[in-house]
Write a protein that binds this ligand. Structure first.
Ligand code: AMP
Ligand code: ZN
Length: 110
């Protein structure tokens, strides 16, 4: 856990979230300000600031996160969905713990 990281606090259970999936490597919860009817975040339990902090040692984890998207989207009743990874301030990233957004049931405003 990294001090003062919002998503590390959610991973640790110190801040509540509506969790829809969890295993040893990842936690998935609904976005607090949804931009679509379904909007959840796939978050690794390992703290990584952004995609820029990743290297080949994170390949399996990143692949696992992406493969969870269609599985969980289907469980949420979606036929199709949009994914987004904001990277860096100029890339629209606000929470510096890597996460994949999954949107469905209406287009996000981004
Ligand atoms: P990003 O701009 O890609 O870093 O996205 C951060 C996302 O985290 C935004 O969509 C926020 O609405 C969402 N968010 C911020 N705080 C929380 C929280 N406590 N629980 C769930 N989602 C959050
Ligand atoms: Zn973190």
């Amino acid at each position: 856990m990294t001090a003062d990281c919002l998503f590390c606090k959610i991973v640790a259970g110190n801040i509540p979230a509506t969790t829809i999936y969890e295993d040893d490597d990842v936690i998935v919860f609904n976005d607090i300000k949804p931009m679509a009817k379904v909007h959840f975040l796939i978050v690794p339990k390992l703290h990584l600031d952004s995609l820029k902090s990743c290297d080949v040692s994170h390949q399996q984890l990143l692949g696992k996160m992406l493969l969870l998207a269609p599985k969980l989207a289907a469980e949420q009743g979606l036929q199709g969905f949009k994914t987004l990874i904001n990277t860096g301030r100029e890339g629209g990233q606000e929470v510096f713990h890597i996460h994949v957004h999954v949107f469905g049931g209406g287009l996000p405003n981004t």
